[in-house]
Design a protein around this ligand. Structure first.
Ligand code: G3H
Ligand code: 13P
Ligand code: ZN
Length: 307
């Protein structure tokens, strides 16, 4: 059943588990995510970026989610706008039927971010739709980073407290050392868990981890074995995801892992049979790999059997 993001994440916040928020750009990715949620008996968030919406068309993005959620009526699912860049973009998503939106004004100064986020919250709450915002810059932190450099990029917990109180935002994405894509850390993976706990203590709302892909070894291997190159890639280890959930993260964003898993299978088919041109022969193994990965992540986050 299509529900608001709040319905899914308030429960997760109370019961201390993490819900997977998975990006989709087509039917294959989306249906694999639904199949995984069904297998794991888990609530799920499916999210589309502005780029995904442009690629699919907003009606199709919403329509596919509605059809799949009526196929699996027992699964609570929220359709979320990922990294909305403007009030208008959030408005379009609300009018089209999204049940959660992110306004990402994190590149602005604190006051401007607060002003834009508050406007979106006022509008979205009229629709009964939840809003996510972001504070700090998403980037990896090095071992030798000093305190003032860290403070310049990561979330400031005191600011987070004021931001949440004044904007009335439902969920907050704190920058604690992750970044998007396959190359998150130069040295050993490192996240600022102390800062995360401080933010949770001062805000007590569901928190969101962006850039949470793990680039698990088996997917990397699968991609490399087809001649693909992922040199230097490094993701967020599974234990870090679990520690983040213990520290107050309830929504865990994953896109890159799904893309690599899917494309590795497509590359395998292409390499193994250069006469093949039946799309289904490429996409079926891709879908299976995505489904397996999503089930695995749901279990790591602890949202299996939470329906
Ligand atoms: O956070 C970014 C997501 O991975 C979406 O990426 O803008 O390429 O669709 P995209
Ligand atoms: P990854 O690139 O780590 O998958 O992060 C995705 C994300 O944060 C989407 O908002
Ligand atoms: Zn993100």
């Amino acid at each position: 059943m299509l529900v608001s993001g709040n319905e899914i994440l308030q429960k997760a916040n109370k019961e201390y588990y993490g819900v997977g928020a998975f990006n989709f750009v087509n039917y294959e990715m989306l249906s694999s995510i639904f199949e995984a949620a069904n297998e794991a008996n888990a609530p799920i968030i499916v999210q589309a970026s502005e780029g995904a919406i442009k690629y699919l068309g907003i009606e199709l993005a919403v329509g596919m989610v509605k059809i799949l959620s009526s196929k699996y009526p027992h699964i609570p699912v929220a359709l979320h706008l990922d990294h909305g860049t403007s009030f208008e973009s959030c408005k379009n998503a609300l009018e089209a039927g999204f049940t959660s939106v992110m306004i990402d004004a994190s590149h602005h100064q604190f006051d401007k971010n607060l002003e834009i986020t508050s406007k979106v919250v006022q509008m979205a709450h009229k629709y009964g739709v939840s809003v996510e915002a972001e504070l700090g810059r998403l980037m990896g932190i090095e071992d030798n980073i000093n305190v003032s450099e860290k403070d310049a990029v990561l979330i400031n917990p005191k600011e987070a407290e004021v931001f949440v109180k004044e904007s009335k935002v439902d969920f907050l994405a704190p920058a604690i050392g992750t970044s998007h894509g396959a190359f998150k850390f130069k040295g050993e993976p490192k996240l600022d868990f102390e800062r995360l706990e401080e933010v949770k203590k001062l805000t007590n709302i569901p928190l969101v981890l962006h850039g949470a892909s793990s680039i698990p070894e088996y997917i990397k291997e699968s991609f490399l074995s087809t001649g693909g190159d992922l040199k230097g890639s490094k993701g967020v280890p599974f234990e870090f995801l679990q520690e983040a959930v213990r520290g107050g993260i309830n929504k865990i964003n994953t896109d890159t892992d799904l893309r690599i898993a899917f494309i590795a299978e497509v590359r395998k088919v292409a390499n193994n049979d250069n006469t093949q041109f039946d799309l289904r022969k490429f996409f079926t193994p891709g879908k299976d790999a995505v489904k397996k990965l999503v089930v695995e992540r749901i279990k790591i986050l602890g949202s299996d059997n939470k329906i």
